[in-house]
Design a protein around this ligand. Sequence first.
Ligand code: MG
Length: 158
Amino acid sequence: MFRIGQGYDVHRLVEDRDLWICGIKLPHTHGLLGHSDADVAIHALCDAILGALALRDIGFHFPDTDPKYKGADSKLLLAEVCRMIRGKGWEIGNVDITIMAEAPKFKPHIDEMRECLANVMNIECDRVSVKATTTEGLGFTGRREGIAANAIALLYES
Ligand code: MG
């Protein structure tokens, strides 16, 4: 038995914030604004995993009105999402993430991001794909106003 889910998230780029994506801090002039650390890729990934089992979304489970999640490390949210689906007898087959951003350059960081997410999810690194693309200067990502990410996750009954 297999289930598939997808997730999408956007956060605004602002000055004076750290840029956290896929669980690692990237060197950049701007960071993402949000109640938590605003890790847009992890948020999309959590929604993909939850979506596969129709378990609503991260806003439902970790509301941004809850002071507990202010500045929260999104890796902890991802770990909790993995605990939830494993508690229901499901395991992660593979995940695939696409980050849409004009900058910074992601290429030097992709493997570190994959390893970080694989560790948090407790799965092999070759089940974790992270890709990045620009949008050729078009739209809000192209204007460097924000960063978007989408993710897909395949789960199997364990
Ligand atoms: Mg978010």
